[in-house]
Ligand binder design. Structure first.
Ligand code: ZN
Length: 480
């Protein structure tokens, strides 16, 4: 039987917890991690009768900022709606969300894939509140409403993903973006970023969306998200291959292996009986307000990376590391603020290479100054320090709080320019390696072995190019 080839169709819904002091519709503390259960609650977030919600302006501004960064149009008039369903962790019997007038619509996020950049369309970005948390154990259910009413930004994509790599790339870019914007810490271990996957398969070549859709909710990590995709592709492929169509349903996550199980037939929008939240009036967002938020948006990771490559001719990998998070790019930009463009690549290399490595495992002396990295690069460029000794000098500066120049002088780590010492070592190496000298006729690369021997005896404190020249002169090889 001829094997039918399928294509994956995936859409994502992402919930991101905004970084606000208080909850979405009350003044309770929104920071609930490890807090005593039910200690951050009030009549509003407990859903008691008569309590009225008051929208959190800061949360709405963070949602606008996220929507703008995802290239969305902002609805000048936005409103909140009630999404009705019953669940013990939802004491009101409804969640305040947004239905037909979300804050942002029609956006796009470009993500890097194996085949280059791909634009993923963003359907909507809206503001809502989180529910409480139920814990089932020993036949009992415990309810904690500290999380109830915490602001959540929901981002919904079009079904534009065709494979796992695109989804992963998007998830990582989005996580980086909201952290960059300081909208959220997006800490997945703390549940601050959660995914909902909509996945189905169609025959390759088919243009229409599949007739069914499987939803998997509450995926708390990118690695589990990948496993769920693998599992669902296999499961749905076997159903389709046998001639049936997978059921349209919501599936639960069995465990961290990504295996899913049937939970319930998927709700449709009408099951939620959405209607406008009568306790919150329409919210108008002025052009001026949108522009003032737009101005706060920093240069975003992808643009920054591209600019580093273009302006400073940095290696792609180094530019990627440098633009990955504010803690890094702010320090780097401060470091290069007064340097000439010529020295920047050397600084970038030293900063992300030797400096990062040293910083990871050593304690920084309080006198150590970051700008010493510039001095170190200057020493390399001036030929006073070799790349092989630079780490040594930097480590000593880092631990002792002495400047590189002082360290080089004190520890005698600079390049040896005394040619008598060098010549003596070169002579010894030539005498001790007759076989290699013989090989030189057949294999000119053998000279590198000799250079290595000399470098080793000089403990890296010599310029390999000068050594090579001196050896060639000694052996009467044409140096051109
Ligand atoms: Zn409250």
């Amino acid at each position: 039987m001829k094997k039918v080839l399928f294509e994956t169709v995936i859409g994502l819904e992402i919930h991101i917890q905004s970084k606000t002091k208080s909850k979405m519709f009350c003044s309770c503390n929104a920071e609930y991690f490890e807090a005593e259960p039910n200690s951050h609650t009030c009549p509003t977030c407990l859903g008691l009768p008569g309590a009225l919600p008051v929208p959190n302006k800061k949360a709405i501004d963070l949602c606008i900022k996220t929507a703008l960064s995802l290239n969305c149009r902002i609805n000048k008039e936005t409103k909140f709606d009630r999404k009705n369903y019953f669940y013990p962790d939802l004491p009101k019997g409804f969640q305040i969300s947004q239905y037909d007038k979300p804050i942002g619509i029609d956006g796009v996020l470009e993500v890097e894939t194996e085949e280059g950049f791909k634009a993923i369309r963003i359907t909507r970005v809206h503001q809502e509140e989180d529910t409480g948390k139920s814990t089932h154990t020993n036949g009992l259910t415990y309810l904690d409403y500290n999380k109830s009413g915490v602001p959540l930004i929901e981002i919904v994509t079009e079904p534009d993903f065709r494979n796992k790599q695109e989804v992963t790339s998007f998830a990582k870019s989005l996580k980086q973006l909201v952290k960059y914007l300081n909208v959220s810490d997006a800490n997945m271990e703390k549940g601050q970023m959660r995914f909902e996957l909509n996945i189905s398969l169609r025959k390759i070549g088919e243009k229409n969306l599949p007739s069914y859709k499987v939803e998997v909710k509450n995926i708390g990590s990118i690695s589990v998200l990948e496993k769920v995709i693998d599992f669902e592709i296999m499961r749905q492929e076997s159903i389709l291959t046998s001639g049936s169509i997978p059921t349209q349903e919501t599936r639960g996550l069995r465990d961290m292996t990504g295996e899913t199980y049937s939970q319930r037939e998927k709700e449709s929008e009408s099951d939620y009986r959405y209607f406008p939240e009568p306790d919150i009036p329409l919210i108008s967002i002025s052009d001026d307000h949108i522009e003032s938020i737009r101005k706060e948006i920093p240069e975003l990771p992808y643009s920054k990376k591209a600019r580093y490559i273009k302006d400073y001719h940095l290696d792609k990998k180094i530019a990627q590391i440098l633009s990955s998070k504010p803690g890094i790019y702010l320090e780097f930009e401060q470091l290069i603020a007064n340097s000439s463009t010529k020295i920047v690549p050397e600084i970038a290399k030293l900063y992300t290479g030797e400096y990062f490595a040293i910083q990871k495992t050593n304690k920084r002396h309080k006198e150590f100054k970051l700008e010493w990295l510039i001095d170190l690069c200057q020493l390399i460029i001036d030929g006073r320090l070799t790349r092989s000794t630079v780490k040594d000098v930097l480590l000593k500066s880092y631990l002792n709080g002495t400047s590189p120049i002082e360290t080089v002088e004190k520890e005698d780590l600079g390049i040896v320019t005394d040619s008598e010492v060098l010549e003596q070592i070169i002579n010894e190496v030539i005498i001790n390696n007759p076989k290699v000298i013989e090989d030189l006729n057949k294999n000119s690369n053998a000279i590198m072995f000799l250079v290595g021997q000399v470098m080793r005896q000089m403990k890296g404190q010599a310029d390999p190019n000068i050594i090579q020249k001196l050896i060639k002169t000694k052996l009467g090889i044409n140096t051109k």
